[in-house]
Write a protein that binds this ligand. Structure first.
Ligand SMILES: C[C@H](O)[C@H](O)[C@H]1CNC2=NC(N)=NC(=O)C2=N1
Length: 101
């Protein structure tokens, strides 16, 4: 997949299809709320599996009942690329199965 930096407009266009995601300090960012700490922990493991599959990794933070992600592309100098959008899309797809919102 291309690692070309996305323009501001391209990022905004893609965020329109990623509910709850935003651009914070140059990274695609989202915090999910879950029913319990155990549920949040299980989601972290699932996200880690997807990140390994994609070979693309966020800063992934486990809170009391939350899972937070912040991602940009290191190999593109910290820019946001299609790889970041792909990861966000994959996490959006798996989140409902964890009861995450
Ligand atoms: C060597 C390995 O393929 C690279 O370091 C991968 C790992 N995960 C990564 N994750 C992110 N967010 N950006 C990268 O450029 C990146 N590169």
């Amino acid at each position: 997949m291309a690692v070309e930096p996305l323009s501001q407009q391209e990022i905004e266009d893609r965020l329109a299809d990623l509910p709850g995601w935003s651009l914070e300090e140059g990274r695609l960012t989202r915090t999910y709320r879950l029913a319990s700490h155990f549920a949040a922990t299980a989601m972290v493991v699932h996200v880690a599996q997807v990140q390994e599959e994609l070979n693309h990794h966020s800063d992934l933070t486990l809170g009391y009942h939350t899972v937070s992600l912040a991602v940009h592309t290191h190999s593109a100098g910290g820019a946001v690329t299609a790889k970041d959008v792909e990861l966000a899309r994959r996490v959006e797809d798996l989140a409902p199965g964890h009861g995450a919102s």
